[in-house]
Design a protein around this ligand. Structure first.
Ligand code: SF4
Length: 315
C-alpha cells in the first residue's frame, strides 16, 4: 500500500507534482497561525529517522513507472521535511531512479545547519518560506520552537543561497494586521535583498487556518506589495490557488463522491477524511477546494477544529 507518496496533484507553482511526505503528522519546527494542517502537535528541532528510505523510494518508483506526466517530485506534507535525517539519502536515491526534478517545500528554519544545507543541495528547486524579519512578528505568526531565532534563520537562507546551484523560490505569507504594515514589509524586503532568491511568491490565507484569529489580506494588498517591491532584482508574483477539477492530476470522481457523501452524512475534519479515505491530506485538500468552490460544502470552525459541512446546513 502506498503510504508516503501522494498524488500526483496539480500545483500552481510546480505543475503536476508527486507529493512525498516523510514526516509524521504533525511534526514541525513552527506552529504557524495559518497552517492548514492544524496545530503542531510535536514542536521540535530534533532531526530523526522517521521512515525507511527504501520504502519511500519503492513507492516513488511504483508511481512514476505508471504515470509519465509527473513534472516534479515534491517533498511536502504534514510538517517540516528537513526534520527527517534521511532526506539527503532519499534525494540521492530518487536521482538514481529518475530524472524528474525534485522540489522541497520547507520553512527554512534548519538551513542554518550546514549538514541540512548539504543534504538538500541536490534538489532542483527549494521553496522556503519567510513571513517575518522581526523577532516579535516571527513569534506571533510562526510560533517557533524556542531554540529558533529569526536572525539565525535569515542567515541560514543567505548561506544556503551562496552554495545552492538550483532555484530558490521564497514564499512570503501575508496576514492582515500582523505582517502587512509598511514597517514589517520593509524589514522583509531588506531580508529578501540579502537572501537573493530566484523569485518571491506572495501568499495569503484562503483555507481555514489552524487558529481563528488570523485574517487574509485581499488581492489588492498583494498587488500593492508587488508594486512596492518592484525594485527587487528578482520577480515577485502572487500565488493563486487552483480550484478546477480538471486541474487535479489523477482526479478520481469516485473519491470526490465518497468525500461528498460522507460529509453529507456528518460534518468532518480533514483528519477524519484522511482516516476514512486513507489518502494524504494535501490530496484531500484539492478535492475540498473544488467542492468549496462549487458551493457544495463550507468550512466551519468549532473550537480549534475545522469541520466541513454540506452547504444545505449553512443556508
Ligand atoms: S511551517 Fe508549514 S507545516 Fe509547519 S506549522 Fe508552518 S505552515 Fe504548518
Amino acid at each position: 500500500m502506498i503510504k508516503h507518496v501522494f498524488g500526483p496533484v496539480a500545483s500552481r507553482r510546480l505543475g503536476i507534482s508527486l507529493g512525498v511526505d516523510i514526516i509524521p503528522f504533525k511534526t514541525c519546527t513552527l506552529d504557524c497561525l495559518y497552517c492548514e494542517c492544524g496545530r503542531t502537535t510535536d514542536l521540535t528541532i530534533e532531526r530523526k529517522s522517521f521512515v525507511d528510505p527504501q520504502l519511500i523510494l519503492g513507492e516513488i518508483k511504483e508511481i512514476i513507472t505508471r504515470d509519465p506526466h509527473i513534472e516534479y517530485i515534491t517533498f511536502s506534507g504534514s510538517g517540516e521535511p528537513t526534520l527527517n535525517i534521511d532526506i539527503g539519502n532519499i534525494i540521492t536515491g530518487i536521482k538514481t531512479i529518475t530524472t524528474i526534478p525534485i522540489a522541497i517545500l520547507t520553512n527554512g528554519t534548519l538551513l542554518h545547519r550546514e549538514t541540512v544545507r548539504k543534504e538538500i543541495a541536490n534538489a532542483d528547486v527549494v521553496c522556503p518560506s519567510l513571513d517575518a524579519a522581526a523577532p516579535e512578528t516571527f513569534a506571533v505568526l510562526n510560533r517557533p520552537h524556542k531554540g529558533l531565532t529569526i536572525n539565525t534563520i535569515i542567515n541560514g537562507l543567505i548561506d544556503f543561497r551562496k552554495a545552492f546551484r538550483g532555484e530558490i523560490w521564497l514564499e512570503v505569507f501575508i496576514a492582515k494586521g500582523i505582517n502587512d504594515s509598511d514597517h514589517e514589509l520593509g524589514k522583509i524586503y531588506q531580508a529578501i535583498k540579502k537572501i537573493r532568491p530566484d523569485k518571491v511568491q506572495l501568499n495569503s490565507l484562503d483555507r481555514p487556518p489552524a487558529c481563528e484569529h488570523i485574517y487574509p489580506v485581499d488581492i489588492d494588498m498583494l498587488e500593492q506589495i508587488v508594486k512596492k517591491w518592484k525594485d527587487l532584482p528578482m520577480p515577485v508574483e502572487i500565488i493563486k490557488r487552483i480550484r478546477r477539477r480538471e486541474e487535479i492530476a489523477a482526479f478520481s470522481h469516485n473519491l470526490e463522491n465518497n468525500i461528498l457523501n460522507t460529509i453529507n452524512r456528518r460534518p468532518l475534519t480533514i483528519n477524519d477524511l484522511v482516516t476514512l479515505t486513507g489518502k494524504n491530506r494535501l490530496e484531500i485538500f484539492k478535492y475540498i477546494d473544488v467542492l468549496e468552490k462549487e458551493k457544495k460544502i463550507y468550512p466551519k470552525i468549532v473550537g480549534d477544529k475545522i469541520f466541513y459541512a454540506p452547504i444545505s446546513r449553512y443556508l
